[in-house]
Design a protein around this ligand. Sequence first.
Ligand code: NI
Ligand code: MN
Length: 225
Amino acid sequence: MVLKYFSHSAFQITTNDKKVILIDPFLDGNPTSPVKSDHVNADYIILTHGHGDHIGDAFKIAKRCNPLFIAVNELANYCISHGFRAHNMHIGGAFNFDFGRVKFTIAHHGSMTPDNYYAGEPSGVLITIEGKTIYHTGDTGLFYDMKLIGEMNKIDYMLLPIGDNFTMGIDDAVRAVELASPSVAIPIHYNTFPMITADPMEFKDKLQKLNRNCVVMNFGSEISI
Ligand code: NI
Ligand code: MN
């Protein structure tokens, strides 16, 4: 599969059989994304929570592509109320889709839509495709259950925030990597706005001192995994 990072928390996964999964596609209002929503397609859109910098352009893309939304129950129902297709899940639950397996985890954060609807609990998500497991933590503070998540899942790629203020900062994110023990850590949710300025190379250096692998993905870049 190919993992593409738009910036912020927004990713695109393209499977070997060309299914396209978007995660938190915040593109048009995102000053750091080199890709805008008109140039993105989706078969599935996974949302970690209801904040505007995560729902982003999901509905705009969905009007054109008719993807299946995957989210916790309340947020999935919000998508359905806007006329879209959704698969309702919740934290702790997993489901096998035709592209792979999705399991929702806890995240310590908030979740309300831009128009002030309650969107259920915020979440992280474990996505297993083609034998590889990606853990996108969503927006979250550090929590010790990341250790359990790492013990129960062989995490290949952990996508986790380092921008501080709303989420973990660098030092907490380093601890999160130690707890979940992924093969590779990828920093997200930084430098989008001045309030979440962080140096991803500082994160990488701190992890390297602990013999942990980190890949800093440039905004708009992709890797084959
Ligand atoms: Ni948020
Ligand atoms: Mn956010």
